[in-house]
Design a protein around this ligand. Sequence first.
Ligand code: IPE
Ligand code: IPE
Ligand code: MG
Length: 257
Amino acid sequence: MQRATAHPGDISPLLALPGDLDATRLPRHLAVIMDGNGRWAQQRRLPRVRGHQMGVQALKRLLQLCGHWGISALTTYAFSTENWQRPDEEVNFLMALFEQVLKQELNELDQAQVRLRFLGDLDALPVGLQEHIAQATARTARHDRVHLNVCTNYGGRHELVQVARRLAQDVRQGILDPDDINEARFAKLLLTAGDPDPDLLIRTSGEFRISNFLLWQLAYAEIHITDVLWPDFDQAALAAALRDFQQRQRRYGTVEP
Ligand code: IPE
Ligand code: IPE
Ligand code: MG
């Protein structure tokens, strides 16, 4: 990843926001279901894991573009609570890949002022990966250029159950009145607390489902589904998603003005 510059005029024209996009109407928070790695590899008669490796490059490209174009929060789905059901070989490869990428990329992420967080039930991850996650999280905690959340062993239902459990514990201890539980108090305990809810969800590889991703936070997200497979997701694909987003009329349940 290149170091982002503070002066938009200085950046390479290749990384500039396309002229037909309105810089004042970009999503503040972009969520992405990075799907299609396996099919990308199968189409090329490569092992599925090659697709995961190429998927890392696609994430690096996207993060760099978010930095340059001014999208300040990016939440990506890397491994779901259901993905443990894949063959051991693939699961083990993914865990090793996450650790390797963290090691390789941490300096650049730090320099680019990316705040990195891993969202999910991290206790179930291999201990070595947990340690790298803890180090990377601590080292980048104060950065504010882009908030990158990588959802790892993440499930939306699991996240909601955890919130319910914590609220119930507070009630049991007598420090919370059940009548005081409201949306704002609930949302403060979500893993994404502090970031606005995603404005735009992109899912690659043409699947029309959310697969247990951010069940609460996506309540009013606009959804863009593209046939592009994740390893092929590039600047043109992001621009197409943003163009689609800028054509939407967000009504939040009200009537058109
Ligand atoms: C998404 O790609 C990455 C993970 C779920 C880890 P897939 O591995 O699901 O790719 P497809 O959907 O089988 O093509
Ligand atoms: C969703 O993709 C999870 C990630 C991208 C990490 P899946 O490939 O696991 O979802 P399904 O099985 O098609 O719903
Ligand atoms: Mg998939």
